[in-house]
Design a protein around this ligand. Structure first.
Ligand code: SF4
Length: 350
């Protein structure tokens, strides 16, 4: 992935009362589902040539999207915008059955890059709806993942947008309820919502396993640890990335005096660093490591050259590519058949 040319030596090395340092959260950045989705678009371009259409942003990161656009991907909002017979990739956030049907109606060749952990929630929704449960889906209105999940059980799902929604909920049968959630929420806020739900509906059923994914949880645990010691936290990621925005919230709730989200290092402002000895840095699950490295480079210009990793978990999960892409054009198994850590480290090379 090409590096955005940084404007270097922009930040001044002003004195502060303690030695300057950076605490770098780990895990951070790419998760297995994002890695898989991005490779899926690249491989689709290799196999079928440009253009390959992608419904919505493949992952919520403007740098990733603009890089893929330069390689020949065309991002659209709906399948109706795609010429009949074209290849279309569904994003990591997942789609409803109605979208799949819409693509089939236009004879589109669909490649489903939905993260397997989102697909797991879809399957839960279908199963609970089939078993006559009413589903309370904790998530953010308008988020693509929420739209996709609700689309799997539209008649039986009610969205719970925030803890404040709980008091207003109208349900058909308080003894036949189950909660599910978006994969990228704040763990603490979601547990508070569940607590309030259970207060109102004591017989509420739990999902079979956590819906908030491993990557979201791990990044929140790491930034909590960093925020205990950092006066300022910088979170790299895009404004529409739910897990990125949650990292800012979690940092502020766990000790950071200030926390800001940036897409690029060039957005860091000199005044954020006033009087700050310890800066925490992390990135959302859709952020390539090169963007974090640029933040570290700029912070080094400002005197923050002592960088220590705060490691709270190791990640090595990998997912198979979408089945449509597991073989190359000659029908052979592809050596890049997996998304995950190996590939991620490749991309970290400058
Ligand atoms: S953040 Fe979680 S659910 Fe979303 S793509 Fe990554 S692993 Fe999958």
């Amino acid at each position: 992935m090409p590096r955005i040319p940084a404007v270097r030596n922009r930040l001044r090395d002003n004195p502060v009362s303690h030695p300057k340092r950076v605490l770098l959260a780990a895990p951070r950045g790419y998760c297995a589902g994002v890695d898989r989705a991005v490779i899926a678009v690249e491989k689709a371009l290799e196999h079928y040539g440009s253009p390959v259409y992608v419904r919505k942003q493949i992952v919520h990161n403007i740098h990733v999207v603009s890089t893929l656009e330069k390689k020949g991907a065309i991002f659209v909002d709906e399948v109706g915008e795609v010429p009949e017979g074209s290849h279309i990739v569904f994003s990591a956030h997942g789609v409803s059955p109605a979208v799949v049907q819409g693509a089939a109606d236009r004879n589109l060749e669909a490649i489903d890059a939905t993260c397997p952990l989102v697909t797991k929630v879809h399957r839960e929704a279908v199963r609970f709806a089939r078993d006559d449960f009413e589903i309370l889906l904790i998530g953010h209105a308008g988020h693509e993942e929420v739209e996709g999940t609700m689309g799997h059980a539209p008649e039986r799902t009610t969205l719970v947008n925030s803890p404040a929604d709980v008091a207003l909920l109208q349900v058909k049968d308080p003894d036949n309820l189950v909660w599910l959630s978006q994969t990228t929420l704040s763990v603490d806020e979601t547990m508070e919502t569940v607590r309030l739900l259970r207060e109102r509906f004591p017989n509420l059923h739990n999902p079979p396993s956590d819906d908030i994914c491993y990557a979201t949880q791990n990044r929140q645990v790491a930034i909590k640890k960093v925020a205990e010691e950092a006066e300022l936290v910088i979170v790299v990621g895009s404004a529409n990335s739910s897990n990125t925005v949650r990292l800012v919230d979690v940092a502020l709730e766990n000790g950071a005096r200030a926390a800001y989200r940036v897409d690029y290092a060039s957005e860091i402002r000199q005044e954020w660093l006033d009087g700050v000895a310890t800066v925490g840095v992390t990135s959302g699950a859709s952020v390539p490591e090169v963007l974090v490295q640029e933040v570290l480079d700029d912070l080094a210009d400002a005197g923050y050259t002592d960088v220590r990793q705060v490691v709270t978990a190791e990640e090595d999960l990998m997912f198979s590519l979408p089945k449509e892409l597991r073989k190359d054009a000659s029908g052979q198994a592809d050596s890049r058949g997996l998304g995950g850590r190996t590939r991620q480290l490749d991309w970290q090379k400058k």
